[in-house]
Design a protein. Structure first.
Length: 277
């Protein structure tokens, strides 16, 4: 076994022991895709450590990073893509996550990945081609903009923090399909939330605390917070785990949404009804 293969095997074993990796399809992708190829400046052992690594800086600010493998595994398991799935990724970054998705969906599936940073797009496109990902399309654009030509997807994954679900993501998501997105929810904290679409609602299927770089572009604006119990205003965020999140667009919101939730966070497009455990 080559050294990089042994390191991938060790990483998968570590994630399984940590309880963040369960799906055989995700484990197989992480055993196969050469993560070190997407961060060539990092030493081999460092590339396979369970940690996030900056891939682009602007002065002292991290502009883009390759996420911690444990967080990647958790988000991919929330997404639950299958062979043949049509996946939209918002935030190409290094291209590593798109390569994992390409392995999971297989030759009959399709991955479309979008990033606002043209330099990262060109780099990721080259690397994905070099590692043999023929079923990935890499696009330079604002992922919250109308750039998917009204295409519909089985799965959408966002790899940067946002405070809203863009209208174009709603439009692109099939009924019964899944969306995974790191959300900064005012009054609740920052969580990677997995949703399944049920007609006009998105209903959470899992929630993990997270820390992501903010999304650049149209979907980053925040909103107002409404409390069922006004006393909740004085309780610090993140003191209790989230039990569920229901997301609806403003036109589909009802008075019952606030009555059934502990807090409601209103974004420009989407309202999030949050219930704490």
């Amino acid at each position: 076994m080559e050294h990089d293969e042994a390191l991938r095997e060790a990483l998968v074993s570590h994630l399984q022991r940590a309880g963040v990796l369960h799906l055989p399809s995700v484990a197989a992708a992480m055993r196969t895709v050469p993560r070190h190829r997407f961060i060539p400046a990092a030493p081999l052992e460092y590339a396979y450590a369970d940690r996030a690594i900056a891939i682009k800086m602007h002065g002292d600010e991290i502009v883009s990073s390759i996420s911690q493998p444990g967080m990647i595994a958790q988000m991919l398991e929330l997404l639950d893509p299958a062979a043949g799935s049509r996946v939209l990724e918002i935030g190409t970054g290094s291209g590593y996550n798109a390569a994992l998705l390409a392995h999971i969906v297989g030759p009959h599936g399709r991955v479309t990945t979008i990033d606002l940073d043209g330099e990262l797009v060109e780099r990721a496109r080259t690397l994905l081609r070099e590692v043999g990902c023929a079923n990935v399309e890499v696009i330079a654009a604002d992922g919250a903009g109308d750039i998917v030509e009204r295409a519909r997807f089985d799965r959408i994954i966002v790899t940067a923090r946002t405070q809203d679900i863009a209208q174009t993501w709603w439009d692109a998501l099939e009924d019964g399909a899944r969306l995974v997105v790191p959300l900064r929810l005012e009054g609740a904290g920052e969580y990677a939330v997995g949703f399944v679409r049920r007609e006009h609602r998105l209903v959470s299927v899992g929630v993990h605390p997270c820390a992501f770089i903010a999304l650049r572009g149209e979907a980053q604006a925040g909103g107002d917070v409404f409390y069922r119990d006004p006393a909740q205003r004085v309780i610090p965020a993140c003191v209790r785990p989230i039990e569920s999140v229901i997301a609806v667009r403003g036109a589909d919101a009802t008075a019952a949404l606030l009555e059934e939730a502990d807090i409601v966070v209103a974004g420009s497009v989407t309202l999030f009804a949050i219930t704490f455990s």
